[in-house]
Ligand binder design. Structure first.
Ligand code: GMT
Length: 379
């Protein structure tokens, strides 16, 4: 198939999933065209079946905000026509679903029908999409997509609760590549980051409010009072300064390392003993899954899709949002007994295996075929 993938090029989960999906499809022989305003972060090596089409938008002094939607729709029309795409798959509904609909309408005028699949990732529904500033357009565009997928049962439920969606939503979860995410020996990192063999606790996110990184720091503070530990904070974002301030207030600066955005997260997960994800909202929790693939148990909140990924009492523990005491108690339960820790590590790996990219790619392929066939039949 010739597949167009539209995504955000940043380190956010939706861009990561879109890019890894495209790379996986390309390795199975499909021609994949990525369409975005910058080369996606994880599109970092050459593949003969991968093409990158950059959206360029001309600025003009009249614009406070350059009209990205218009530029993207024009690019989609151009790529679909010129590269004869079979299907467009847009990731994150805002604004990609409505832009794809516009492109579809323009192409229809020229006698071309391009089927559109929209994948809902999380905040495009739970936070941004349901904001009255965007909701009517998001709702309309979802109903106009030929195919609609969500990354967890919980996100599907939220979408049906918040919007009047008539379209069938298929759940296709996040996934990962076990060639990359596996526990390897990184003793030199371990020595550098926890020289006295302290336990290594890790958190990865974009440091937005919704991630509640402050809770991760407070949970760490409690763990560290019983078991000497180090906290690795990986990622960056708007809350960083507040978090640095919190570390100072708690007198934890020598125990917490802000590592910024890291490409080889798996190498840091390889030396981690525990992963913290105290989010206020999380449709799936891809970083938790990546940790589990590296045999790291997860202490998380019980929101959104997290209970589907992190199994309470098996791969880690779930607590109510903001319940720092409970999270710390659960963390100590795992960390203070080597046999228990080992068991959680193995359970985490086993559970992660069910999300192997090799299981998920055929589901997307079959879904694309089904959508294309239905469109050919109904058009
Ligand atoms: O907020 C983020 O973490 C980024 C966001 C995105 O859309 O870029 O991530 C969402 O999509 C990921 C991939 O499907 C999911 O694993 C994350 O759980 C989800 N984030 C939230 O729902 C907050």
């Amino acid at each position: 198939m010739k597949i167009g993938i539209v995504c955000y090029p940043t380190y956010g989960g939706s861009g990561v999933v879109a890019t890894e999906l495209g790379k996986g499809l390309a390795s199975r022989g499909h021609k994949v065209h990525f369409i975005s305003y910058r080369q996606p972060a994880r599109l970092d090596s050459f593949h003969e079946n991968i093409f990158y089409k950059e959206v360029r938008f001309a600025n003009y002094p009249l614009f406070d905000y350059p009209p990205y939607e218009t530029a993207l729709a024009s690019k989609l029309v151009d790529v679909v026509k010129f590269d004869k795409l079979d299907i467009l798959h847009v990731h994150y509904a805002v604004p990609h679903a409505s832009v794809a609909y516009l492109a579809k309408k323009i192409l229809l005028n020229d006698g071309l029908y391009i089927p559109v699949v929209t994948t809902l990732h999380g905040t495009d529904i739970t936070l941004v999409g349901k904001d009255p500033a965007y909701a009517p357009v998001v709702s309309f565009a979802m109903n106009k997509s030929d195919g609609l997928t969500a990354v967890s049962e919980s996100l599907k439920k939220d979408t049906l609760n918040f919007f009047n969606v008539k379209k069938e939503i298929k759940v296709i979860p996040n996934f990962l590549d076990f060639h990359r995410f596996k526990k390897t020996n990184k003793d030199h990192f371990k020595k550098a980051l926890s020289p006295n063999n302290e336990k290594v606790i890790t958190h990865v996110s974009n440091f937005r409010k919704v991630k509640r990184v402050g809770d991760a720091i407070k949970v760490f503070d409690k763990i560290n009072k019983s078991i000497p530990s180090k906290l690795l904070l990986i990622g960056d974002g708007p809350e960083r300064q507040n978090l640095e301030q919190l570390c100072r207030e708690l007198n934890l600066c020598d125990k917490i390392r802000f590592l910024g955005k890291q490409d080889a997260i798996e190498e840091l997960l390889a030396i981690s003993d525990l992963f913290l994800m105290p989010s206020a909202s999380e449709s799936f929790g891809l970083s938790a899954l990546e940790a589990m693939a590296c045999e790291v148990p997860v202490i998380s909140s019980n929101t959104g899709g997290l209970p589907e990924v992190n199994l309470h009492g098996k791969t880690g523990f779930l607590s109510n949002i903001g319940d720092i005491e409970d999270m710390a108690k659960n963390a100590l339960n795992i960390l203070s007994d080597e046999t228990i820790h080992k068991k959680f590590r193995m359970n985490a790996l086993l559970q992660a295996k069910t999300y192997d990219i090799n299981n998920i790619l055929p589901i997307y392929e079959d879904y694309y075929k089904e959508i294309i066939d239905t469109c050919v039949y109904t058009k």
